[in-house]
Design a binder for this molecule. Structure first.
Ligand code: SIN
Length: 280
């Protein structure tokens, strides 16, 4: 039976109605991967996944990346990271980047090898705020005027975790877990501004509101202006889907075709807990 898919409101994404732990659904890898490449974002609600199930779900999409920040790795489950605003004894239990600032990005763009897909599974959801917003970087690129496409075709941009750490720390009053992390020792990397998807071949804008430092070889003012214009275009409402989390939601995104950001959440009033797996 084909995977039941319903388009999400907006220009991209689909909801899949499937129980990923049902024994009969173990052979769905090809369908799930095809759906991800077709729609760029999959929402799979109503799941009951333990940590092993989440890793098994990730394996449908490719090899799970086990190189995660050790401070927030889930013990005994290499490849799973805790994302949370919860503190225990004054220490954050998961990756936490402050309550207020949006940070549009593609996961791990500060590394030489880009993450291909990310899965986020929600366990505790805030009654208000804490949504994740996704931007369709493929459609946004496709809609650019031809002259602009030509102008940016061969440009490369520098992605810097040092700059990300600095800007997040400033925005969060020193609360960001990136700032404190050993990841801040990664050297800067260059990526194409327009990424050709290795499977679909479609072009996408690889941007980041804090992690992208400058366009290589371009005058700094021109680089800042171009990056700001492209980000504003890509994250404008026609290209954005906002996911309001319910417990048991599994969301999977094509990290080579989309950008995303967490939305503000008041941590003094609302708890948020999700687990993340990334696929290489
Ligand atoms: C992420 O950037 O991978 C997490 C997004 C979120 O916390 O909503």
């Amino acid at each position: 039976m084909p995977l039941p898919l319903h388009p999400l409101p907006g220009v991209f994404g689909a909801e899949a109605t499937v129980d990923l732990t049902a024994p009969g659904n173990r052979g769905l890898s090809a369908d799930l991967l095809q759906a991800l490449h077709d729609h760029r974002l999959l929402v799979i609600p109503g799941q009951h996944l333990n940590h092993a199930d989440l890793l098994a779900a990730a394996a449908h999409f490719g090899p799970v990346d086990t190189h995660v920040d050790r401070r927030y790795a889930v013990g005994g489950f290499p490849g799973l990271t805790t994302i949370s605003n919860i503190t225990e004894d004054g220490t954050h239990v998961g990756v936490y980047d402050g309550d207020n600032e949006e940070e549009w990005h593609a996961d791990n763009s500060f590394k030489p090898e880009l993450t291909r897909a990310t899965l986020l599974y929600s366990v505790i959801t805030p009654a208000q705020g804490g949504e994740t917003r996704f931007a369709d970087a493929t459609r946004a690129y496709a809609d650019l005027p031809a002259e602009l496409k030509e102008r940016i075709a061969h440009l490369r941009a520098v992605h810097s975790i040092q700059q990300l750490a600095q800007l997040q720390s400033r925005a969060s009053g020193g609360q960001s877990s990136t700032a404190a992390g050993s990841l801040a020792t990664h050297p800067e990397v260059e990526h194409p501004l327009v990424l050709a998807h290795p499977v679909t071949g479609a072009g996408s804008l690889l941007l980041g509101s804090m992690v992208v430092k400058y366009i290589v070889g371009m005058d700094p003012d021109e680089s800042r202006a171009l990056l700001a214009d492209l980000l504003a275009h890509t994250t404008s409402s026609p290209y954005v889907y906002t996911h309001r989390w319910r417990p048991g939601d599994l969301v999977v995104w094509d990290n080579l075709a989309t950008l995303h950001t967490a939305s503000p959440c008041d941590s003094s009033r609302h708890r948020r807990l999700l687990y993340r797996a990334s696929v290489r």
